[in-house]
Write a protein that binds this ligand. Structure first.
Ligand code: ZN
Length: 226
């Protein structure tokens, strides 16, 4: 009986050993689920991207824009993160598309709603139809900045040289900033108000380089020469 019991135990041990040595079934790594689309998020046709809060806010502000694909920073250090090609603010067209970082585009959209349009209505009795600009994202260095990159090199700045009202009246920083009447009043008023929205505000009051346009940026430096 004792020998039979030992034999049974030996067979059991052999069976267990065989089971332990049996090839294991390959375990598949779980495939991560795609991010769930939440209400309020925008998924743009042709792009597998869930947009950031800034892009949602920009769309909610009524702006029209396209996304710009993220590019690797070049050797020159110029980068455009979270970039958009903006064609229209809520009620004001751009004379041509401008490339800006989303936060800067959003700040411009907020400024348009809160200051540009109300000031045009107050002084002219008609809305603003168009904003004329001379560039947003461009790879360049600061004038007199000791080689430092301009905020334009990161899409955080826009240069504006004029406006067009809904009736076709044209306003030019170069021609009318110091003029009397509502035209000069409008340009000086929005330039001052821009200091509440942008970090650096330059224009004809700043220096000779800005006699013909406003420079509004959302960069790290602070200067209000509106
Ligand atoms: Zn500028």
């Amino acid at each position: 009986m004792a020998a039979r019991g030992r034999l049974t135990a030996t067979i059991l041990l052999l069976l267990l050993g065989a089971a332990a040595c049996a090839p294991r079934q390959a375990v598949r790594a779980p495939v991560p689920a795609p991010p769930a689309v939440q209400p309020g998020m925008h998924v743009w046709p042709g792009r597998d991207i869930i947009q950031s809060a800034c892009l949602n806010d920009l769309a909610a502000a009524g702006a029209q824009f396209e996304l710009i694909a993220q590019a690797e920073p070049g050797k020159d250090g110029c980068t455009l993160e979270n970039g958009v090609k903006l064609t229209r603010l809520s009620a004001t067209a751009l004379d041509r598309p401008v490339e800006l970082s989303c936060p800067t585009a959003l700040r411009l959209a907020e400024f348009e709603r809160a200051e540009l349009q109300p000031t045009a209505l107050r002084l002219f009795g008609r809305p603003l139809a168009q904003l004329n600009h001379a560039g947003g994202f461009t790879c360049r260095r600061m004038v007199g900045g000791g080689g430092r990159l301009s905020e334009h090199a990161h899409g955080r700045a826009i240069d504006i040289w004029g406006f067009v009202l809904a009736d076709g009246t044209r306003l030019s920083v170069k021609e009318q900033f110091r003029a009397g009447g509502p035209e000069g009043g409008f340009l000086r008023s929005v330039s001052r108000a821009a200091c509440g929205y942008f970090a650096v505000v330059l224009g004809p009051n700043a220096n000779r380089d800005h006699q013909d346009h406003f420079h509004w940026d959302t960069g790290r430096w602070k200067q209000c020469s509106g």
